[in-house]
Design a protein around this ligand. Structure first.
Ligand SMILES: [Fe+2]
Length: 224
């Protein structure tokens, strides 16, 4: 589809009965934005990206502090848990709640995956993205390449885009705990990935999702 997203046609679609099991499980496990998520920095309140004071306020991660000690400015802004779990990003976007759920209670799905996915993967999970219209540009923590399958796309025109920092921000520090404002980025690729199409996604390059109207449900497998 582009350099960052490749369709894998050799893996079949998930059978309807297993998809039903998956969605029933997703419905059971989905939390409201207010209830939060196990990885709380994924539940994000983003402060005004143009307020330089925030860069000091959010030196809470060791790696970010190291960048600050060396005087390296951050490209993005720390994602902070808000009371409602969803908040205005400052550029007028609302960040989503992002939940990861293990398949452990779905033996049939696990079996199907074992029989049909030819890749070695080190982690597998459901992703439910809900409660907002974008998943802001970011890089993933601990994974570089993922295999994905979208069960519910979240709308008819949901785009997965990749970005590079604009030239004037090229020397800024990038960390997985940050979200990057669109105003500092140039888009280098954008695709509406169809549902039920297995594909790989480069998640070490800055990427994000936009155009969400309803929740998005995907399966995700860590390949590195
Ligand atoms: Fe990501």
């Amino acid at each position: 589809m582009n350099t960052y997203i490749r369709l894998i046609n050799s893996i079949p679609q998930i059978p309807v009965e297993l998809e039903t099991q998956l969605l029933d499980y997703a419905n059971k496990m989905q939390k409201s934005a207010a209830e939060g998520t196990p990885r709380d920095y994924k539940l994000q309140f983003l402060t005004n990206p143009d307020n330089p004071a925030m860069q000091f306020k959010y030196q809470v991660f060791r790696d970010i502090a190291a960048a600050a000690e060396q005087g390296i400015p951050l490209l993005g802004f720390e994602k902070k848990k808000g009371a409602a779990g969803v908040a205005n990003f400052g550029e007028g976007y609302f960040q989503t709640t992002h939940q990861y759920i293990k398949f452990d209670e779905l033996p049939d799905v696990k079996e199907w995956i074992k029989e049909n996915i030819p890749f070695k993967f080190t982690d597998s999970k459901f992703q439910i993205i809900h409660g907002g219209n974008v998943l802001l540009p970011h890089v993933d923590l601990l994974q570089e390449q993922v295999l994905k399958y979208i069960v519910e796309p979240g709308g008819d025109n949901v785009k997965t885009a990749h970005y590079v920092p604009k030239l004037e921000f090229a020397q800024h520090a990038i960390f997985p705990s940050l979200a990057f404002p669109y105003s500092r980025l140039d888009e280098v690729g954008s695709v509406v990935i169809p549902p039920r199409a297995w594909h790989t996604l480069d998640v070490k390059t800055i990427h994000g999702v936009s155009g969400l109207e309803t929740r998005r449900v995907c399966l995700s497998f860590k390949l590195n």
